[in-house]
Design a protein around this ligand. Structure first.
Ligand SMILES: [Zn+2]
Length: 318
């Protein structure tokens, strides 16, 4: 199955995953594009199927059972697979901010706990600790900002504001516009909570996020002064709060900050510093997969695990 066969719209998604059978067929096709092969004896005979255990395939030759959902977060679930698929779609799609209550209502789930558990598992599946570094080609914008801050219940001047650093790849469309310009767009993103705006914290973030030798654009803040010594190409521009300059020099990272803040405010009504990193991961996950919604669905459900080889690797680059 090529990436072109992934449903790309809500309508296509609804058609493709209309019921349990459709989801099982999809999983099976991803796992065995050429048809079922028994893991134990390599038999390619059509497997036995069970009405009450539709995700189990039994080899006709050696009678070994293979579970379609093994290695995915849906393994041994009692919730129908198409509910999981919908949950993954809703969580990864552009309209973020699904509460367990909304989700329960939209999918008609009887128990709130089920909705909560599914969302919880999906969120955990968004956190991928071993991410590669960005910026091997093109340049990367790096900046830091304060987010959050529920000040109303506290004394004046005391806030929950937390510093967040961001690194965003800047890419340009292959096809130039009529006037010869190439439209810029944001590539992959890295976000992290940092302790302060000092050189150590910022350099630590940069080293963890950006590939060695990459080109980095920043504002004139002294915390970035040493990036050249660390082996990066550094392009610093003094901005001094000039918005026009910001749009020219760091357009992508500021767009990210603005979207992030809107999302945190709107969906989560502000987030305490304790939970922020989980939300940063969630935001990053969705952002980095916004062009491949179905790959995101696969990734979050853990379906990638079933797929042998590297067929989908380019889609899962985080
Ligand atoms: Zn067998």
């Amino acid at each position: 199955m090529s990436k072109n066969d992934f449903p790309e719209t809500l309508i296509q998604f609804q058609k493709t995953f209309s019921d349990e059978e459709a989801c099982i067929n999809y999983l099976e096709k991803l796992r065995w594009p050429e048809g079922f092969v028994c893991l134990k004896c390599d038999s390619t005979d059509k497997p036995y199927r069970f009405k009450n255990r539709p995700t189990v395939l039994r080899c006709r030759n050696c009678h070994a059972n293979t579970r379609l959902t093994a290695g995915t977060i849906m393994h041994k679930t009692r919730t129908p697979l198409h509910v999981w698929f919908w949950a993954a779609y809703l969580v990864t799609s552009h309209t973020p901010g699904l509460s367990a209550t909304q989700f329960q209502r939209q999918l008609g789930l009887k128990r709130y706990e089920t909705a909560f558990q599914i969302l919880h598992k999906l969120r955990i599946a968004m956190v991928r600790p071993q991410r590669d570094k960005i910026g091997a080609s093109g340049h990367v914008e790096v900046d830091e900002t304060f987010v959050g801050g529920r000040t109303h219940s506290k004394k004046q001047g005391v806030t929950d504001k937390v510093l967040v650093a961001a690194a965003v790849e800047v890419r340009s469309l292959n096809k130039p516009r009529r006037n010869g310009e190439r439209k810029l767009y944001a590539g992959r993103l890295r976000l992290a909570q940092i302790s302060d705006r000092g050189q150590l914290a910022l350099e630590d973030f940069v080293k963890k996020s950006v590939a060695p030798g990459g080109t980095i654009f920043t504002d004139g803040w002294t915390g970035y002064d040493n990036l050249t010594t660390l082996g990066y190409e550094h392009n610093a521009t003094v901005i001094n709060g000039d918005h026009k300059k910001t749009d020219l020099v760091l357009p992508m990272v500021h767009l990210v900050f603005s979207n992030l803040k809107t999302w945190l405010r709107g969906t989560h009504h502000g987030v305490s510093p304790k939970h922020l990193s989980v939300y940063l991961d969630e935001f990053t996950f969705r952002f980095n997969r916004r062009f491949y919604p179905m790959a995101a669905v696969n990734s979050i459900l853990g379906i990638a695990v079933c797929v042998p080889g590297t067929t989908y690797k380019h889609l899962y680059s985080n």
